[in-house]
Ligand binder design. Structure first.
Ligand code: SF4
Length: 205
């Protein structure tokens, strides 16, 4: 088992999160399926990681109802985001995670970070080993600005300064930012369960 992930899981538990480490994405998905009561309504945040681990298909095949704008017909995204953040269960991925258990998220629209803070009673936050950073908040933000945002901007066809060849973040020139909102989760929020799922694979951006 990856010792960095184990150390991070221990730190997350000290911060009030539930945390589990898995060698493979398949094991992680099986854990979530086994953890959920039957016939749940599950909202999902936009995520390459969640697409790679095929979580929506696994949930639907197991009899759950999934609200995910990422696989919805064009034009329904806003309504589905709203339904997702009002579901009792929510799943999203992590943008950056420090070894001492600080979770740092970005959001363009705000639906993901809203659901992580309030609303759904159970939240699964999923991260591959590539989301771990050595250091603290500044290093987490650097990872987001230098790795996550450029790759996501290219994926979505957004012409952001960070996605240009050799580019870097330039807020003054960025007309389609995806990092409008930053959320640092220092301790698990009150009145909900936040289950962090760490996977010893490179997943997402
Ligand atoms: S503000 Fe714009 S340029 Fe800067 S990291 Fe975010 S998306 Fe990229």
């Amino acid at each position: 088992m990856n010792p960095r992930l184990q150390k991070t899981a221990d730190a997350l538990r000290r911060r009030g999160f539930d945390a589990a480490v898995f060698d493979t994405a398949r094991q992680a998905v099986d854990f979530i399926l086994g953890d959920l009561p039957a016939a749940q309504e599950v909202g999902m945040g936009g995520s390459v990681t969640l697409a790679q681990i095929a979580l929506s298909d696994a949930l639907r095949d197991a009899g759950h109802t999934v609200h995910w704008h990422q696989d919805a017909p064009a034009g329904e995204g806003a309504a589905i985001r709203r339904r997702a953040m009002n579901a009792p269960v929510y799943a999203a991925s992590i943008n950056a995670l420090t070894e001492d258990g600080l979770i740092v998220q970005i959001d363009g629209t705000g639906n993901r970070v809203a659901a992580m803070c309030f609303g759904p009673q159970t939240v699964y936050l999923i991260a591959g080993r590539n989301k771990l950073v050595a250091g603290g908040y500044a290093q987490a933000v650097r990872r987001i600005k230098q790795v996550a945002c450029p790759l996501n901007a290219r994926r979505l066809g957004l012409n952001t300064p960070c996605s240009e060849e050799g580019g870097r973040c330039d807020v003054s020139r960025c007309t389609r930012p995806m990092c409008n909102l930053f959320l640092a989760i220092e301790h698990a929020p009150n009145a909900k369960r936040t289950q962090v799922v760490l996977i010893d694979e490179d997943l997402g951006y």
